[in-house]
Design a protein around this ligand. Structure first.
Ligand code: ZN
Length: 131
């Protein structure tokens, strides 16, 4: 599969209610497709070591698993500041960083990782219903 890379990333303060709730990112990829990742998914799957530890994953290995099943951890305390996306910034030529209202900004989302989240978004959303 050819790698898709983001050509435009826009922070959304409010998503359309009929689509999803909360803030998030509108991502246009190099194949000209547009995708929305809401802030809940972005924060829950923040790839930094600190968030992974909070989620109970001490392996620090691939957050979504290598060969199949997504590893899901439910974040029980979804306080507003944890899912209030304040800023998006470029990290080199390969990734973006997100800054949250609680000050957290150490999660580096590589373009590959973003594409993985986009591809599996529906699974991740459905999984959140188990909460
Ligand atoms: Zn994090």
């Amino acid at each position: 599969m050819p790698a898709r890379t983001p050509i435009e990333i826009r922070r959304l303060k409010k998503l359309l209610p009929e689509k999803e709730v909360g803030s998030g990112l509108l991502i246009r990829l190099s194949d000209n497709s547009e995708h929305i990742l809401n802030s809940e998914i972005l924060r829950r799957f923040c790839p930094c070591a600190e968030c992974q530890e909070k989620r109970g994953n001490t392996s620090h290995a691939k957050p979504l698993g290598g060969g199949g099943r997504a590893m899901l951890r439910i974040v029980k305390s979804t306080i507003d500041s944890e899912t209030d996306l304040r800023d998006v910034f470029a990290v080199g030529q390969y990734a973006i960083g997100l800054r949250w209202d609680d000050g957290h900004d150490s999660g580096i989302f590589s373009f590959d990782y973003l594409d993985t989240l986009i591809s599996r978004k529906d699974d991740l959303l459905n999984a959140s219903c188990l909460n």
